[in-house]
Write a protein that binds this ligand. Structure first.
Ligand code: NDP
Length: 429
């Protein structure tokens, strides 16, 4: 891709935007074809994906622009129903690119499978037996999924924990075996579940207990991605607010989220506003990513902000976001959904690690977009202006009337469906 900076993109028609993306070599003919198709997810395909299918449910696919990550340009596909998210991400990405772009990194992609064992007569002996058999357990797990080993992944390590050992209840006492598995470019749920299920009889033999649950953990804290950005204050200047004022407002907002779960949950919802749309667009399991992200935000015992914002010695605003990112570029519905393929095509990522890094960069951008608005004009000004189009449509406006009614709603500062209905009736008369 040549660039993710396409000035005036938002002012174009959908058809023209597709052409502009083609001009910067954002996607292949095949992706272009899928994107322009009247039925991007064929009903037959949908019918094979889940049960009791009666149709498909389209959502808007937008593009986050201006993303410069580790020196590489990214046009980011984002599937979301909420107005202002894509605009905000692109706005912040533009500021950050002027500051040199996002810096990201990712750990090795190690996911966790769990095996629950109950009823051991001696939990400590059972733990020792499992640890002693580590090599054999890894070998057996890998034998159950040899193709992932050939790809350079597979089970690598085990860990054992005893939970509630002092409890008087047999229901509460348990041993938990963790199997650490490199799932390469797949999210890996099925790979992991196959492996842990294969180990159950051996684990029962070694521990003398009974195996109950055998399933992956979505708290993928060995499959992390991290994004950072450093922004000089002059790039943050907004209206009457100086860059320093915006910077300090962002940090105050962060400290609020860092100290108060009631604020943290909304702060983090704003981060997921950026993350989920990319996860969905690329055909990944957003419930898995959501669950892992929120659990990681509570890893020290209190639910807190997923991001950190601070000021460095030069007075720059420094932001960081680290999250578990159990996403893939193969497997699950990714290979099945043509739009997921098209989205990956637009992104130009060559590994799950790279995808996970783009996703956290978008999450960090989204967070700054929200905090910058909250610390200055408030969120409603920009949000409601964009929301006015949905309000106009909900009131029955179509075609050119959508624009006319939404502009009028903003002008009179009454962005409500009731008012929009009055306007639609007036214009139709
Ligand atoms: P798959 O079962 O489709 O496995 C991925 C497959 O892709 C592998 O078996 C591998 O097969 C193939 N593959 C091709 N190239 C690569 C590569 N470079 N790296 C890795 N694999 C490669 O998908 P997952 O195991 O990823 O499972 C994801 C799905 O599981 C998601 O849809 C998710 O919703 C669902 N799920 C989630 C759960 C949760 O989060 N709690 C629970 C259960 C399911 P081969 O090597 O043979 O070619």
């Amino acid at each position: 891709m040549q660039t993710s900076r396409i000035p005036g993109f938002y002012k174009q028609t959908v058809t023209k935007r597709r052409e502009l993306l083609k001009n910067v070599e954002a996607f292949t003919e095949e992706a272009f074809h899928v994107l322009s198709s009247p039925e991007p997810l064929p009903l037959d395909t949908a019918d094979n994906m889940i049960e009791n299918v009666i149709g498909t449910f389209p959502l808007p696919l937008g593009t986050g622009l201006n993303f410069l990550i580790n020196g590489k340009e990214y046009i980011v596909p984002m599937v979301i129903e909420e107005p202002s998210v894509v605009a905000s991400a692109s706005h912040i990405a533009k500021i950050v690119r002027e500051a040199g772009g996002f810096t990201t990194e990712a750990t090795e992609r190690v996911m966790i499978g769990q095996i629950q064992v109950i009823g051991c007569t001696d939990f400590h002996k059972a733990k020792a037996a499992l640890l002693h058999a580590e090599d054999a357990l890894i070998e057996q797990a890998n034998a159950s999924y040899p193709s992932i080993v050939k790809r350079g992944g597979g089970a690598k390590e085990i860990g054992v924990r005893i939970l509630n050992k002092d409890s008087m209840s047999n229901y509460q006492q348990m041993l938990v075996l963790h199997l650490y598995i490199n799932t390469c470019d797949a999210m890996g749920a099925n790979i992991i579940n196959t492996m842990v299920e294969s180990l159950a009889p051996t684990v029962e033999e070694l521990t003398g207990g009974k195996v109950y649950l055998r399933i992956l953990s979505n708290l993928a804290d060995r499959c992390l991605a991290c994004a950072t950005c450093t922004i000089p204050p002059h790039l943050l200047k907004t209206g009457d607010f100086s860059g320093e004022e915006v910077r300090d407002g962002v940090i105050h907002a962060y400290e609020f989220a860092a100290s108060d779960p009631y604020r943290a949950v909304t702060h983090n919802k704003g981060i997921m506003n950026g993350i989920d749309p990319v996860v969905i667009a690329t055909g990944n399991d957003w419930r898995a990513v959501e669950a892992g992200a929120h659990a990681y935000a509570a890893r020290d015992g209190q639910y807190t902000s997923m991001t950190t914002w601070s000021v460095d010695a030069e007075g720059n605003l420094v932001g960081e976001l680290e999250l578990p990112m159990s996403v893939g570029i193969v497997g699950g519905s990714i290979n099945v959904h043509p739009m997921a393929q098209a989205a990956l095509d637009i992104l130009h990522v060559s590994s799950a690690q790279e995808l996970s890094q783009v996703i956290v960069a978008v999450g960090l951008a989204q967070n700054l977009g929200a905090l910058k608005a909250l610390a200055t004009d408030g969120i409603q000004k920009g949000h409601m202006a964009l929301h006015s189009r949905s309000v106009a449509i909900a009131a029955g406006a179509t075609g050119e009337l959508i624009d006319i009614v939404s502009k009028k709603l903003v002008e009179i500062n009454e962005i409500r469906v009731g008012k929009a209905k009055e306007l639609v009736e007036e214009y139709i008369k």
